[in-house]
Design a protein around this ligand. Structure first.
Ligand code: SIN
Length: 288
């Protein structure tokens, strides 16, 4: 019996500075040539969406692993894994079963952030799969941080060229305290990781503004007030509508983004709706 040739892959860029739909891919049957096309499109467009997928955690992890080794999921508010047998798969959900949350982040807003940049070696990429999705609610926004950097006035860019910033590890993007951390710290004791404010992408060579998240951030070596003023100024460039694209979820969507040059946030949604997503994160390298 003749084997069917894989269908051609189409990359359809969104009308935005970043993001594209990948069409003609079934993640259960992705060959090396198909993956190479996806990887190339991803480096060019920073965020990709593959609609209509029907995969389990094994297939999600197998696809993610083609980009690199997988990171463990982030520390939760309880200190426990939502799926103890799958430490590499993070459950993001507002669903409560018998009084217990089956996943993290709930239904509130998740503020602009870069995944796990509070670690010395943050993940390169995250892959998010919409398993149960309330259409029209809980949209996820992505911001092109290369475009944000390019928009900075030259003097500001020069000023931050050699500066680094502390990325706070105590709270998740929903503002919840992670297990094992105190409510507050003196600025000099704030737990987290220090990274350059301008990051060079190790694969494309392009530069981005690398902010992580605003809460408890501190520019190393600056007095508190000066650090706050500088960060406020930098953040006024991040998240500008002209640098963003919004993902309106459908069940079966798989979205992969490049944490080295993209930030994301999620809209709040009604707790009466059910939303269930599984996420993997791909190990990266130390930002420079
Ligand atoms: C995340 O920050 O990875 C979650 C985004 C979402 O829930 O849409």
């Amino acid at each position: 019996m003749a084997t069917l040739a894989p269908s051609p892959i189409h990359v359809r860029p969104f009308d935005a500075p970043l993001g594209a739909d990948i069409e003609g891919v079934d993640l259960q049957r992705l060959d090396d040539a198909g993956f190479a096309a996806i990887k190339q499109a991803w480096l060019a467009r920073k965020v990709l969406r593959l609609r209509g997928q029907d995969i389990d955690d094994d297939a999600l992890a197998d696809f993610s692993r083609r980009f690199g080794n997988l990171d463990r999921s982030p520390i939760s508010t309880t200190g426990k894994l939502y799926q103890p047998t799958r430490p590499e798969v993070l459950v993001i959900s507002n669903i409560i079963v018998d009084g217990v949350a089956i996943g993290g982040l709930g239904n509130g807003e998740s503020i602009w952030h870069t995944d796990m940049s509070y670690n010395p070696v943050p993940p390169d990429a995250s892959v998010l799969y919409g398993i149960e999705v309330p259409e029209g609610h809980g949209d996820t926004w992505f911001c092109d941080m290369e475009a944000a950097l390019a928009a900075l006035p030259e003097a500001l860019r020069q000023r931050i060229a050699t500066l680094s910033c502390l990325h706070d590890s105590t709270r998740n993007s929903a503002g919840e305290l992670r297990a094992g951390f105190k409510e507050s710290y003196a600025p000099e004791d704030q737990p987290g990781a220090v990274h350059p404010l301008i990051r060079t992408h190790p694969e494309t060579g392009r530069k981005s503004l690398f902010l992580g998240r605003r809460r408890n951030a501190h520019v190393v070596g600056l007095p508190l007030a000066e650090s706050q003023a500088l960060l406020d100024e930098l953040w006024s460039y991040a998240g500008r509508p002209e640098f963003t694209w919004v993902q309106k979820w459908r069940q079966g969507d798989v979205v992969i983004w490049d944490n080295r040059c993209v930030m994301h946030r999620r809209d709040e949604f009604d707790q009466g709706l059910r939303r269930l997503m599984h996420r993997t994160q791909i190990q990266g390298s130390k930002p420079f």
